[in-house]
Write a protein that binds this ligand. Structure first.
Ligand SMILES: Cc1ncc(COP(=O)(O)O)c(C=O)c1O
Length: 392
């Protein structure tokens, strides 16, 4: 699917970067070992801080090194860390970089787990979070206080698919000497590389598109080497490491990211256009479709698009729950980014614990359905959606 030199280079990185050809192996073998022989070199590495020395698999492993290097190559990052989940990556980053008395600006429509961390956990440690509007960088600037340390955004918000004007946030962060941290899970480095637009750290739930096959849970933080060195020590203390076998599956999944993504995107756009014509559908969110409120900003930030799709049905949440339970090919399940299509209603899944008024303010109205469009045959997907719509 490569269309220009940049695509080719990305494809080569996706396939080859980070691979450890141990004993001439084509792929990085699975090193299912919790610990490594202490040699003089390793003692020296330990004394120097342990970050890039194979000592013990909570710190790093052959397989975490391989997968981390691949993500760094794809994101254009200096260094990175893997975690046991996307939430482990997010919580270690925020708890690791913020202290009692610090302040962070975020948005109410960040991933529900991140919202919960920011509203229920960070305040317990004296860390304050103000919520602003991710579609309006000036609202973030207005929320900055003397003790603000971090601006936190997502490339495309979950589930309403609003696209952040990343360079505008970067300009504000730089002017106020703040860190800009972005969750790039929904977009992927194939679609956009936020570090090139001025972000300091990029976070992934690697459970999603990077893994790509709904068979692992994992997370990553990549970016500025000094920040990653700080976070390495926090990861060692908090302990949320990714097991070597899961690292291996992640590395294997990422080798085909560039091959999978164009199919996710074209299927999602095709279904969005058909849904727009359907009488049961009130509105559709797909930022790659002309006329979508996010179309222009998406063209600027991530013109290659997203495989995510959301729509609101007439008939409210009753119609939405009936719709998802009537699907036969598309699996009714939370999560996203795998080769198979998954559908959910955010109100009773990913955003169940987000207060109703906050959900509605974020655009998650009654009848809202989110589909992570897979790489199946698009006619089969449409036939399934049509039959489920007719059963409401
Ligand atoms: C955008 C985003 N960030 C982070 C997470 C959390 O990732 P994990 O489930 O791997 O902990 C999710 C999970 O759905 C997500 O959608």
């Amino acid at each position: 699917m490569a269309t220009d030199e940049t695509d080719n280079k990305f494809a080569t990185k996706a396939v080859h970067s980070g691979t450890k050809h141990i004993e001439g192996a084509v792929n990085t073998p699975i090193f299912q070992s919790s610990t490594y022989k202490l040699t003089e070199e390793r003692y020296a590495g330990w004394a120097a801080g342990a970050q890039h020395t194979l000592l013990y698999s909570r710190l790093s492993s052959v397989n975490s090194d391989a997968a981390t290097e691949k993500i760094c190559a794809m994101e254009g990052a200096e260094d990175g860390l893997l975690f046991a989940s996307g939430m482990a990556a997010i919580s270690t980053t925020l708890l690791g970089l913020l202290s009692h008395g610090d302040h962070c600006v975020s948005a109410p429509d960040v991933y529900g787990g991140t919202y919960g961390l920011m509203t229920e956990e960070l305040p317990r440690f004296g860390i304050e979070v103000t919520f602003a509007d991710m579609t309006d960088p000036s609202s973030y600037e207005a929320a900055i206080q003397d003790n603000t340390k971090i601006l936190y955004i997502e490339t495309i918000s979950n589930p309403t698919l609003k696209v952040a004007d990343v360079p505008a946030f970067a300009e504000i962060a730089q002017r106020h000497n703040l860190l800009l941290i972005i969750d790039n899970t929904f977009a992927t480095p194939w679609a956009t590389q936020p570090i090139t637009m001025g972000c300091d750290l990029v976070i992934h739930s690697t459970t999603k598109y990077l893994g790509g096959h709904s068979d692992i849970v994992g997370g990553a933080v990549v970016g500025d080497a000094e920040l990653i060195a700080t976070l390495f020590l926090k990861k060692v203390h908090f302990g949320g490491c990714l097991d070597p076998h899961a690292c291996y599956l992640l590395e294997r999944g990422m080798r085909t990211l560039h091959a999978r993504m164009p199919i996710h995107v074209s299927n999602s756009m095709d279904l969005a256009q058909r849904l727009e014509q359907h009488p049961m559908v009130h509105s559709v969110n797909q930022p790659m479709i002309e006329g979508d409120s996010q179309y222009e900003i998406a063209q600027k930030i991530m013109p290659r698009g997203t495989g995510m799709l959301a729509f609101t049905l007439h008939g409210g949440d009753e119609a939405a729950t009936k719709f998802v339970s009537s699907l036969e090919l598309i699996f009714e399940a939370t999560s996203l980014g795998g080769v198979e299509s998954l559908a959910e209603c955010p109100f009773n899944t990913s955003h169940m614990f987000v207060p109703e008024d906050v959900r509605i303010d974020a655009g998650i109205n009654p009848g809202f359905v989110r589909i992570s469009v897979g790489i199946e045959d698009v006619e089969d997907l449409w036939n399934d959606i049509s039959q489920a719509l007719s059963s409401i």
